[in-house]
Design a protein around this ligand. Structure first.
Ligand code: MN
Ligand code: MN
Length: 267
């Protein structure tokens, strides 16, 4: 099924599978506030005015209990797509991307995933949890939910995750190999997952795992703008307001979100 509908925000306030720090569950409300803040206007750099009624929508926050979270996420995202919308989920820790992609891939097969992150998140299991935010791309790839997975900005890969990447045929673009614009072209449907720790902690300190040597906001935007393909959905995860400094990371998250929405709308 093709989805060319209105990009629709969906808050997913879930951080129970964050291995080191909680707090990302508080992100959706903060990102929305920053997106609507009068400090900036509503135009994306690609010339899309997000202030025009109807160019994007907001479905509010998903309601769930910790126990039924993944089922609720898969159902909630699936319902949006079935209603003709393109889900843009606001996390939450990165574990949510597995149930989100389950819903997307069922409706948009042959998916290409462009994944921005400091971490490959390919652990077979992490501290005994197969659903950890360190594992979603192992789950996605072993379930055959993506035709292609391209990871951008990686700078923490270890031997286990290198083996996992090889096993699943993941295209890992390490931070030191950037820029990598040519990797971001896809023939079929595209899903974007953006972990805020892809960015350098100097410009985005509000994350649970600060990993120095990351992307500047400009590098991240340049790579987002370079994407070619039909974007059927996206998520923005791992903003942790508890770790933020003067709301700087919320502003950066809103900027990244604005450029993702602009890109989806501009086509
Ligand atoms: Mn991640
Ligand atoms: Mn990460």
């Amino acid at each position: 099924m093709k989805t060319i509908g209105v990009p629709t925000l969906l808050g997913i306030p879930f951080d129970a599978y964050s291995s080191y720090l909680r707090g990302a569950g508080h992100a959706p409300v903060k990102i929305r506030e920053a997106l609507r803040c009068d400090a900036s206007n509503s135009w994306s750099e690609l010339g899309v005015d997000l202030g025009v009624a109807g160019v994007y929508a907001d479905a509010g926050d998903l309601v769930f209990t910790e126990k039924d979270a993944f089922a609720a996420i898969e159902a909630g995202v699936g319902a949006l797509i079935d209603a003709g919308k393109r889900p843009v989920s606001l996390g939450g820790d990165h574990s949510i991307t597995y149930p989100i992609v389950k819903a997307v891939a069922r409706r948009c097969p042959e998916l290409t995933i462009f994944h921005f992150d400091a971490h490959p998140d390919l652990y077979e299991e992490f501290e005994g949890n197969r659903w950890s935010h360190a594992c979603p791309f192992a789950r996605i790839m072993e379930a055959g939910l993506a035709k292609r997975l391209v990871q951008v900005g990686i700078r923490t890969i270890n031997q286990h995750q290198r083996e996992q990447a090889e096993r699943f045929g993941v295209d890992v673009v390490e931070m030191r190999a950037l820029p990598a614009y040519s990797k971001l072209k896809a023939a079929g449907p595209v899903y974007i997952t953006f972990d805020m720790d892809a960015l350098d902690p100097g410009c985005a300190p509000g994350v649970s795992h600060r990993e120095p040597g990351g992307m500047s906001v400009r590098e991240a935007i340049a790579h987002l703008h370079a994407i070619e393909g039909e974007i059927v959905g996206a998520d923005l995860v791992e903003y942790n307001p508890v770790q933020d400094v003067a709301g700087v990371t919320a502003t950066v998250a809103a900027k990244v979100l604005k450029e993702i929405l602009g890109k989806m709308i501009a086509g």
